[in-house]
Design a protein around this ligand. Structure first.
Ligand code: UD1
Ligand code: CA
Length: 454
């Protein structure tokens, strides 16, 4: 296979989005539209990606970073002009240029692979991806001769009434060989209805010079749809979500109610896991096999092992090992690690803490900045007092310790292995291994007090 470089046009403002954010950075399916297009290009074998930026170029560069190269189109003088801006970055390059737009998030790597393969096998100088939608209005139309050979593309605004009858349209996605592309671009003019340099004119220039120009029709027109408004963004969101859920179901995940389940493209889930309704799985999240997730749960950027149960809960930036039970009503905050078989339930918050194998935090606790051993029982209402108003301090609880209900562990403090903490204690001093820590006032009963009060 020949080398392929992707050039993605993303200089337009996207006026109809009515947004301070450049259009291509609007998120859909948990990722910016531009990221989706970049992923598809990568899957089609593109080794380099050059993004042509204009409006909000700095924002695009900050967001996407080193995953792409950037060239600036200071003034939007047309798609042909945008392509010309990439020429210096491609000096000396003789492979294939895959030309895409940054606002087509539904495009798949599979479609692009087919386009690139057809282009490279045919030896054409240019190959355009075409479609035949129900309504061709607004699109450039594909002009062919009687034998079906592509002659060029005419824009809607420049088309004759007869040309407007043509149903085959230009999706705006092409493969070019670099050398003939840049030679043809040098011959572009803007003598047209929009006074723009049309990239589409390159095809007629090449065809007239006797070069081979091909066309590949896309199987699913929907994939090539450009997003121009928030309404279209919401439609694309729905399609991407559905696509992800179908992929998950095909790979062995049960999705009880696809209409109320939201999974980002970046999430992976093992076989026989069940997603209950109203579940959000976001970012770099991985979930193992045989898990029960939801209902009403949100998991972001977290790694879950196998056989985890998590319901009515929110976890972000956490690691949860096999067989852990979480919920209901648990908040697992960043940098929390729960080892195998841990149980966290009923209104418990865990932050920046490690909890060892089989430990239980069943009710109404705040565990922050703590290292809890294995086999520990944290009684109902236990609080790690981790913040003195200036600094955070750690609490250490040794293996098999039993912390009685309603205890405050005032950090920095350590509770020894196998020790007991009496219920209602405020522990300010370290408790040695195997000791009983009692930190509460002794109870006294005043006999006959009620009778005397009368
Ligand atoms: C273009 C095609 C048309 C095709 C349609 C498919 C041309 C002349 N026409 O029309 O045949 O049917 O796409 O959607 O190419 N852009 C820049 N710089 C510019 C102009 C555009 O970066 O100076 C970018 C836009 O941000 C956008 C893309 O190029 O992502 C397409 O531009 P747009 O103005 O939407 O082209 P259309 O008129 O829709
Ligand atoms: Ca367009």
């Amino acid at each position: 296979m020949q080398e392929t470089v992707a050039v993605i046009l993303a200089a337009g403002k996207g006026t109809r989005m009515k947004s301070a954010l450049p259009k291509v950075l609007h998120a859909v399916g948990g990722q910016s539209m531009l990221r989706h297009v970049m992923t598809a290009a990568e899957q089609a074998g593109a080794k380099r990606t050059i993004v042509v930026v204009g409006f909000g170029g700095d924002q695009v560069q900050t967001e996407i970073g080193a995953a792409a190269e950037y060239v600036l189109q200071a003034e939007q003088l047309g798609t042909g002009h945008a392509m010309m801006q990439a020429q210096p970055a491609l000096a000396g390059y003789t492979g294939t240029v895959l030309l895409l737009c940054g606002d087509t998030p539904l495009l798949t790597g599979n479609t692009l692979q087919q386009l690139v393969a057809a282009h490279q096998q045919s030896g054409a100088a240019a190959t355009v991806l075409t479609a035949t939608p129900a309504d061709a209005t607004g699109y450039g139309r594909i002009l062919r001769d009687k034998s079906g050979q592509v002659l060029g593309i005419v824009e809607q605004k420049d088309a004759t009434p007869e040309q407007k009858q043509i149903g085959e349209i230009n999706t705006g996605i092409y493969c070019f060989e670099a050398a003939p592309l840049f030679a043809a671009l040098a011959g572009l003019t803007c003598n047209n209805a929009q006074q723009e340099y049309y990239l589409t004119d390159v095809l007629a220039i090449l065809a007239q010079a006797g070069q081979r120009v091909g066309a590949v029709e896309v199987a699913d027109f929907q994939e090539t749809l450009g997003i121009n408004s928030r309404v279209q963004l919401a439609e694309a969101e729905k399609i991407l979500r559905q696509r992800k859920l179908l992929e998950l179901m095909d790979s062995g995940v049960t999705v009880m109610d696809p209409a109320s389940t939201f999974v980002d493209a970046s999430v992976s889930i093992g076989e026989d896991t069940v997603l209950y309704p109203f579940t959000w799985l976001e970012g770099e999240t991985t979930i193992g096999r045989n898990c029960r997730i939801g209902p009403n749960s949100r998991i972001a950027d977290s790694q879950l092992g196998d056989a985890v149960t998590l319901h009515f809960s929110y976890a972000h930036e956490c690691k949860i090992a096999d067989g852990v039970t979480v919920g209901p009503y648990v908040h697992l905050r960043p940098d929390s690690e729960l080892a195998t078989g841990v149980k966290v339930g009923n209104f418990v918050e865990v932050k920046n803490s490690r909890v060892g194998v089989g430990s239980k935090l069943p009710h109404l606790s705040y565990i922050g900045d703590a290292d809890i051993g294995s086999g520990v029982n944290i009684g109902c209402g236990t609080i790690t007092v981790n913040y003195d108003g200036k600094k955070k301090h750690r609490t250490v609880v040794g293996d098999t310790a039993f912390v009685g209900c309603n205890s405050n562990l005032v950090a920095p403090v350590s509770v020894g292995a196998g020790s007991y903490i009496a219920a209602g204690s405020t522990i300010t001093k370290d408790v040695p291994d195997g000791a009983l820590g009692v930190g509460r006032a002794r109870q006294s009963n005043i006999a006959g007090w009620v009778e005397k009060k009368k």
